[in-house]
Design a protein around this ligand. Structure first.
Ligand code: MG
Length: 437
């Protein structure tokens, strides 16, 4: 066993760890885990944990059932509460074939492949996600509701509200786990909150975000509340976004800016993010419900445009000291699988650089009406999951980013989701039509 692995086994023993949670996600970003006793850690680090992949979405064919979990030593963390019951260690895993090659249905491996392409172009990519979510009450039977007593708004302090307690407890727990929490605050809508992470290497940022969602939901449950990352849980108020701040470095220098202006690479990367926006929307906004957020009036982007002046275009150039100028992509939502969302959007930016795409003019500060948007030549983001899936299928870059296998499985799963939704009679239709027709 090499020294790194030996070191981890020693660290686990010293921390009194008895169980190790091996974590990974399916293509929809749902967290799965296999728990092993600490004495099996050395074997796990050598990639000997077999699991039945047929139970996991995206790994459905029986000939693909035998896959292995390969824990990434860099992700070893001991979960709090420290000193309580025997601590549990957590590691994030890649999924590999029996011959140790990356399994094509592994979202984390897809992101690693895109980041390797970035490195081959000389780029290191950091991502800082801002994730929004709602904290709602549970009813007497413990079922989640969409109710909140909270009346607070943007940056308000609402003492006594359970949502505030949940956010504070979650942030403290994340800090104890070593998360780079940059800020957290109340968001615009009642019951809505946000946690921001500082920029870190894109792979690590995706690992952290997957765990963050689990921690927030778990803390809410302990407060007898329900935290949800559903993009638009309530009609008529803001939905929840997952804004992605992307930084691109070359030899430790900010590649996106020359001084405080966008550099040539910055302009090309931004042009790539715009050009492929319709194609990657199915990945960054993966639910039927995601498209109820992408409507006018709630600070979520509708059009494919950019700005360094207004706050709610699809891509915002964040002006900052020269070493910090970067791009904020504002369309993704918190239901996205972070590995896949990072993979497709970073790949889109890299494509802009590789093809030296020209940057369209910045959009004006306010784009009030659809007619104006058309006059300005601004395209619209897909307005439903069905049209997003069509755009995904038409953009061959999505297959490059995710790989043929994962792109196919993703489309398959999402088309089923859409057709089930489309065949359902919804409460709105009964309200609107029953007495009229
Ligand atoms: Mg926000």
């Amino acid at each position: 066993m090499d020294t790194d692995r030996r070191d981890l086994v020693d660290r686990a023993r010293e921390a009194g760890v008895q169980l190790v949670r091996l974590q990974f996600t399916d293509i929809l970003g749902v967290v799965k885990n296999v728990v092993i006793p600490a004495h099996a850690l050395a074997d796990a680090l050598a990639g000997h944990v077999l699991f039945d992949g047929s139970a996991v979405l995206g790994f459905v064919r029986s000939e693909e059932a035998d896959v292995y979990l390969l824990p990434d030593p860099d992700t070893f963390r001991v979960d709090p509460p420290a000193g309580a019951d025997p601590p549990v260690a957590r590691m994030v895993c890649d999924i590999v074939n029996p011959d140790a090659s990356p399994f094509p249905g592994c979202p984390r491996s897809a992101l690693k492949r895109v980041l390797a392409e970035a490195r081959a172009m000389g780029f290191c990519i950091d991502v800082a996600p801002e994730i929004e979510f709602f904290v709602f009450e549970r009813d007497r039977a413990g079922r989640a509701t969409v109710r909140t007593e909270d009346q607070a708004g943007y940056f308000d302090l609402a003492p006594g509200d359970v949502g505030e307690d949940v956010r504070r407890a979650a942030v403290l727990e994340l800090l104890a786990m070593g998360f780079p929490v940059a800020a957290s605050h109340h968001e615009v809508a009642p019951g809505q909150h946000e946690i921001d992470l500082a920029p870190v290497d894109a792979l690590q940022a995706a690992d952290l975000l997957v765990t963050l969602r689990v921690v927030v939901r778990e803390v809410a449950r302990r407060h007898h509340a329900h935290a949800t990352f559903l993009p638009k849980p309530v009609t008529g108020i803001n939905g929840s976004g997952l804004h992605l701040h992307q930084h691109v470095w070359v030899n430790g220098q900010n590649a996106l800016a020359d001084g405080t202006e966008l550099s040539a690479i910055g302009r090309q990367y931004l042009a790539g993010l715009l050009q492929h926006a319709p194609g990657y929307t199915a990945v960054t906004n993966p639910l039927v419900n995601s498209y109820k957020r992408l409507v006018p009036g709630y600070e979520a982007p509708i059009y494919v445009g950019w700005s360094d002046a207004s706050r709610s275009p699809l891509v915002r150039v964040v002006s900052a000291p020269p070493d910090r100028v970067h791009l904020e992509l504002r369309s993704p939502d918190p239901a996205a699988n972070p590995y896949l969302a990072w993979a497709v959007t970073i790949r889109a930016g890299l494509d802009g650089v590789a093809r030296r795409l020209g940057l369209p003019k910045a959009q004006p500060r306010h784009v009030p009406a659809a007619a104006d948007a058309e006059r300005l030549g601004l395209g619209r983001l897909p307005d439903s999951l069905a049209s997003a899936l069509d755009a995904f299928r038409r953009d061959s870059l999505m297959r490059d980013a995710l790989g043929e296998h994962m792109a196919e499985r993703f489309l398959e799963a999402k088309r089923i989701e859409w057709s089930v939704y489309a065949a359902e009679v919804h409460a709105w239709e009964i309200d609107q039509y029953l007495n009229v027709y």
